[in-house]
Design a protein around this ligand. Structure first.
Ligand code: 6PG
Length: 250
């Protein structure tokens, strides 16, 4: 493990090793909290292998499903059963078979007007505040035990895109994003940086040679959303060999 400014970078061999390491960290965080646990998942392809692992025999028995609640850091503004829906993908791969339905907290996309993702954002924000039991985040009491993250080719994370004003949002917990900067070009709903930061651990998963260019920019300290996303607790970046920037010294 190596310290890089605010983050710890852990290098792993490949996506399979990354999924195992992420599963171990999730189980470790759960075991540190004997009460109600909150995990915030992410979309995109990066967490797919992890989700499959959690559904498998080795890992599913290690999770106390009754007391773990599952949220999502950002959502594409498509119906819940659309293959592009982030929580829909997680539900299909592992949550629907293992987690009690009342412990799954999707961002609503069907009840709100497609032209106004802010409405869905406001509904999710109200739900998060009610779960947390307060309207203000207390740094001494993080909202999430663990927040999973990915990084896009433009340096976005969750649905917080470079140069967008939503990046500087400090009041709202969740925001509507009318237009995405990358595919799929559907409106998004995203937790804001302070909301995502309210966790014991933020865990990025970055794998594959096509991530190397953006990771080089991120690790050079460029002002990108993925660099601004950090936990009030620990921020961990899991990076596989193929994604590791040239000359990176662990
Ligand atoms: C989304 C995401 C997004 C994602 C990155 C990385 O809804 O698209 O949550 O922030 O994590 O774009 O995506 P990949 O894992 O597919 O590379």
């Amino acid at each position: 493990m190596a310290a890089r400014d605010h983050r710890h970078v852990i290098t792993v061999a490949d996506p399979a090793a990354m999924a195992r390491t992420a599963a171990e960290r999730i189980v470790a965080r759960i075991s540190e909290n004997p009460g109600r646990v909150a995990i915030c998942l992410t979309g995109g392809s990066s967490p797919r292998q992890l989700y499959q692992l959690l559904a498998g025999e080795t890992w599913r028995g290690k999770i106390p499903w009754q007391r773990v609640h599952w949220f999502i850091g950002d959502e594409r503004f498509v119906p819940a059963d659309d293959p592009l829906n982030n929580m829909g993908a997680a539900r299909k791969v592992f949550l629907d078979q293992l987690a009690p339905a009342s412990n799954i907290h999707p961002i609503p996309t069907s009840t709100a007007d497609p032209a106004d993702p802010d409405r869905g954002a406001a509904v999710y924000e109200a739900g998060l505040k009610s779960f947390y039991g307060a309207d203000e985040l207390d740094p001494a009491r993080p909202l999430f035990d663990l927040v999973l993250m990915g990084v896009g080719p433009d340096g976005h994370t969750a649905s917080l895109f470079p140069g967008y004003p939503t990046l500087d949002e400090v009041r709202r917990w969740v925001v509507g994003v009318p237009k995405a900067n990358v595919e799929p070009f559907v409106p998004r709903i995203s937790l804001t940086l302070p909301t995502l930061a309210s966790c014991r651990e933020m865990l990025f998963e970055v794998a594959g040679a096509d991530k190397r260019a953006i990771l080089t920019r991120v690790f050079s300290g460029e002002n990108l959303p993925a660099n601004r996303a950090r936990s009030t607790g620990e921020t961990i970046w899991l990076v596989d060999q193929a994604a590791l920037p040239e000359g990176f010294r662990g």
